[in-house]
Design a protein around this ligand. Structure first.
Ligand SMILES: Nc1ncnc2c1ncn2[C@@H]1O[C@H](COP(=O)(O)OP(=O)(O)OP(=O)(O)O)[C@@H](O)[C@H]1O
Length: 312
């Protein structure tokens, strides 16, 4: 990542039918960063991302993307953006190579033949170049979609829930590719509901009801929320889980197999609870650092009001 931000926006606002679906949104995205946009359905993630990249004109606000004004230089930005939507939108009755060649033509890519060959090699698609896109598995289709949106060598990549419906191995492989692109300086904006996508991001912005509630370095988000966590193991964990959910000091209980991660925002109250529950020795209570996983579940659980003051 370099010092000059890839994107800086302030006060971005969009209204539909008199309702602000994005309300005074500010953000800076470092170049080469993977920036995740999280939030409930309809919270305004896609609308925000599209405005940040000059794909949609805001009703208010301003900003720059890749050095261009998002209000007056949208065409210049668009040339430099690759957009991977959730829906596979390539031609199923063309081969992988034909699809890439077609997209390269559309973008007027110079030295098209070599560029297509490089794209096939980069994403491990060369062996399947003559296979029809319609016969590919979900993971390979997604790889092809990524190759297609990178064919014109964009500086900015937009991903809309990129690994929805793809198996875990393919998801990991996909994220390896995204990391490589980021290391090469490509900035990546990802809109997602999925924890395993969120934890791949360097930075996170959480949006609800059109407002940004929190944003920052992903690993610092738990601390920004002020989340404290205990790891609990022992007998009859299901019964304990049910009891803990009734406790006021407990904001969240997340179960990972036979282990509970018990989190709260009031450290003293949670410590007291842990001491009380740990006294009879039937469960082991250990303090653990709250991780993005807990924070993500907490955020998605709609516990927004408790940390609204921490928004940056
Ligand atoms: N062109 C449009 N006309 C009218 N309303 C729209 C339009 N685009 C989006 N909206 C509304 O704006 C709100 C925000 O939508 P947006 O797609 O940005 O949310 P999102 O967080 O990306 O949702 P999801 O996670 O479901 O994709 C929603 O209520 C949506 O219905």
């Amino acid at each position: 990542m370099t010092d000059a931000p890839a994107i800086t926006v302030t006060g971005l606002t969009k209204r539909y039918g008199g309702r602000a679906v994005v309300d005074h949104f500010d953000l800076q995205v470092p170049r080469g960063a993977i920036y995740g946009f999280l939030g409930p359905n309809g919270s305004g993630k896609t609308t925000t991302i599209r405005m940040m990249c000059g794909l949609l004109t805001p009703d208010a606000g301003k900003g720059s993307c890749l050095g261009f004004d998002i209000l007056t230089e949208q065409a210049r930005i668009k040339e430099r953006v690759g957009y991977m939507t959730q829906k596979f939108s390539l031609y199923e009755d063309l081969t992988i190579r034909e699809n890439l060649d077609f997209i390269a033509r559309m973008f007027g890519v110079r030295d098209r033949r070599n560029r297509v060959r490089a794209a096939l090699d980069d994403l491990g698609l060369a062996d399947r170049a003559t296979q029809y896109a319609g016969t590919l598995s979900g993971g390979w289709k997604q790889r092809l979609a990524l190759a297609a949106c990178m064919i014109h060598d964009p500086e900015l990549l937009l991903l809309d829930e990129p690994t929805a419906g793809v198996d875990p191995k393919a998801r990991r492989d996909f994220w390896d590719e995204i990391r490589k692109l980021s290391a090469r300086g490509v900035t990546v904006l990802v809109s997602t509901h999925y924890m395993d996508e969120a934890i791949q991001c360097d930075f996170i912005a959480y949006i609800a009801y059109g407002k940004k509630l929190i944003s920052g370095v992903a690993r610092e988000i738990p601390e920004m929320i002020g989340l404290y966590t205990y790891r609990v193991t022992g007998n009859d964990i299901s019964a304990l889980e049910a009891r803990l959910r009734q406790e006021e000091a407990v904001a969240q209980v997340a179960r990972f197999g036979a282990v509970l991660h018990v989190s709260g925002t009031d450290k003293a109250a949670l410590d007291a609870l842990a001491a009380r529950y740990g006294k009879d020795g039937s469960h082991r209570w250990e303090r653990k650092e709250a991780e993005l996983e807990e924070a993500f579940i907490y955020l998605m659980g709609g516990a927004a009001d408790n940390f609204a003051g921490a928004a940056s």
